[in-house]
Design a protein around this ligand. Structure first.
Ligand code: THU
Length: 369
């Protein structure tokens, strides 16, 4: 049950990206005499000013002062947005519905409080609409670290799994997943697929596409239906279809526990596998390793971005510890893991790091004395 919403701000509540980008262009030209481009800023979308300013400082070899640059950028921003900044489509209505439904609302922005205050002042969407506000100056680790969303959920006195993050940036979805929250993506800056692979459960154009609701139960029913419909039509649906095809050939005469798996590689290709048992039980190979073997055979060394695992148990089976270690050779902590029971339809979504927090890695010989 979702009881709280944790809103990212830039690209979700306000479309400040264009104005903040212009502020960077103006400030860097005025103060550092360089012309910053869209591409220069793209890697820092949603990460907050210290990360962007330090990144640009390094990239251009600048002699800069973080606080001075931050203030300069925010002053430009406050001037640029006067009378023109508006909340994004559907935001006011969504917040109004959420209030009626008794959802608790938090803002979690990587930017400083001063930028948020300027945006709130310019649009009239003030702090009275939210139960808790976390800004970038209150947390030491920026997104994709999960701490900002842990802090925001704690501020609402809710566990993260009862909170829905609304995000538009890839680093934000990763942060939401790492904190253990669900996440809804908006297409302000990215299309659907990259947001899914960063951890979004569902992606819509903007909040005007979110159906109306007036109670907590209604909100949760709407959200679940949105996720299910979206999943079926997305890359996740394709992955589940492949795993559901693979389970048909599962060879499990001893345990009768049939498993199908499908991995998505960074090349965008999907490979399937099923469990294959043996009269000498220990020789059995799990579905996940079967899918991984097929991917390596086809592509050589590759990276797994997502895996779907289907089984017939009422609660879908997670990968065994041996498979987790095997997959860790080709997958990072932010690989998406989807578990589905084809009997009950129960669906679970994790990031790999939650299932495999401590990977065994072989040190290079002689690396440690
Ligand atoms: N199995 C898998 O295919 N994947 C897992 O991660 C867990 C177990 C298979 C192996 C065996 O054929 C059956 O399930 C029962 O252990």
């Amino acid at each position: 049950m979702i009881r709280g919403i944790l809103f990212d701000v830039d690209g979700v509540i306000f479309d400040s990206e264009e104005f903040i980008r212009q502020s960077y262009y103006d400030w860097y030209e005025k103060r550092h005499n360089i012309k910053i481009t869209y591409e220069d800023l793209l890697p820092y979308t949603g990460t907050g000013e210290p990360t962007s300013i330090n990144g640009l400082g390094r990239a251009f070899g600048l002699d800069y002062d973080l606080e001075e640059d931050k203030k300069g950028i925010y002053d430009c921003y406050a001037r640029l947005i006067q009378g023109v900044l508006q909340p994004l489509p559907g935001v006011r209505k969504f917040i109004e519905n959420a209030g009626k439904a008794g959802l608790r609302l938090a803002l979690a922005t990587s930017a400083d409080r001063s930028k948020l205050n300027s945006s709130m002042k310019a649009t009239g969407l003030g702090p009275e609409n939210f139960d808790f506000i976390v800004s970038g100056d209150m947390v030491s680790k920026t997104k994709p670290d999960g701490s900002i969303y842990r802090y925001a959920a704690a501020g609402l006195v809710l566990p993260n799994e009862e909170c829905l993050v609304i995000e538009d940036a890839l680093s934000g979805h990763i942060a939401a997943r790492r904190a253990g929250s669900h996440s809804l993506g908006l297409m302000t800056s990215f299309t659907a697929d990259p947001q899914i692979l960063a951890g979004a459960d569902c992606v819509i154009k903007d909040l005007s596409e979110f159906p109306s609701f007036s109670t907590l139960e209604e909100f949760n029913a709407v959200w679940e239906k949105m996720c299910n419909d979206f999943r079926d039509a997305s890359i996740v649906g394709k992955l589940i279809d492949r795993a559901s095809g693979a389970i048909r050939n599962a060879y499990a005469p001893y345990s009768h526990f049939r498993v199908g798996a499908a991995v998505l590689t960074s090349n965008g290709r999907i490979y399937g596998g099923c469990n294959v048992e043996n009269a000498s039980y220990g020789a059995t190979i799990c579905a996940e390793r079967g899918a991984a073997m097929a991917a390596i055979e086809a592509e050589g060394k590759t990276e797994f971005k997502a895996i779907a695992i289907v089984s017939e148990s009422p609660e879908p089976a997670p990968p065994c510890a041996l498979c987790r270690q095997f997959l860790a050779e080709f997958a990072g902590p932010d690989m998406q893991v989807y578990l589905i029971s084809i009997k009950t339809g129960v669906f679970r979504h994790y990031n790999f790091g939650t299932l495999m927090p401590m990977v065994f890695e072989l040190e290079e010989p002689g690396e440690k004395a």
